[in-house]
Ligand binder design. Sequence first.
Ligand SMILES: [Zn+2]
Ligand SMILES: [Zn+2]
Length: 279
Amino acid sequence: MNDDAPVKRYSRPWLQARCRRDLHVHTAFCNHAEGSMAEYVTAGLAAGLDEIGFLAHVEKDIHNRRRSWLEPEQLDLYWAEGRRLQRQFDGRILITLGIELGLNPRAVDGLRQLVARHPWDRLGLSYHYLEEPPAHPARHRNICSARDTAAPGLTNAELVQLHLTYFDELRRHVPVFRPAFVCHLDVIRRYLPDVGERDDIRAAVHDLLATMARHGTALEINTSGYDHGGICPAPWIIQVAARFNLDFVFCSDSHHPRQVGRFFNQAVEDVLRAIGSKD
Ligand SMILES: [Zn+2]
Ligand SMILES: [Zn+2]
């Protein structure tokens, strides 16, 4: 933990101030979201936001039937359009341009090259595509896809190992990529069968949060989780993150302009409840 960092109060006003920014929205560039960048900016203005943060999907050497990320030339178009909108909306709303970097431990150098392609405002680190167990680089399973996770064939032991791999690889790569925040930290629990709150998995989450604290990485409160049962990450993770004094950022993970800023008010209440705060 950084001893110089001020201790966060995690009060309602502190959290509400953070809700004036939505730092994780997608666009049609991502190949699975709807809406132009301009439509998202307009939605951000209508929602009264101070800042709208685009976070375009970037993946490298992923083998899956569907592409849900930007190829390098699309990243250039995304950057150019974002810069144009920054000029157009100057003084009305802050527009920031980032990438949601999908981890692939076998493609760190390639991912680094994509990070270096433009001077992004921020980097969010995600882990969407995990190799099929047993490790087979020819195929990746998208753990954020209901269809992919419904595929049969995982034993309980493999499920546990998949969870441990997920949290351990994120932890190992926080110092490598130094992200502003880790996206939807426990998304692996969204669709895959619940393997229970095992001690070894909780310990892996704990180690990841400790590493984030050491590197000044924030925790994303991802409100798209409300469409899948509740706040993301789980309340106990938010509680541990607060003990580590992590910063929190609110993100809608919008895939349609109408989702900008979704569920932020509800998330503030749920965060307060998770950390046991009364104000
Ligand atoms: Zn994601
Ligand atoms: Zn996303």
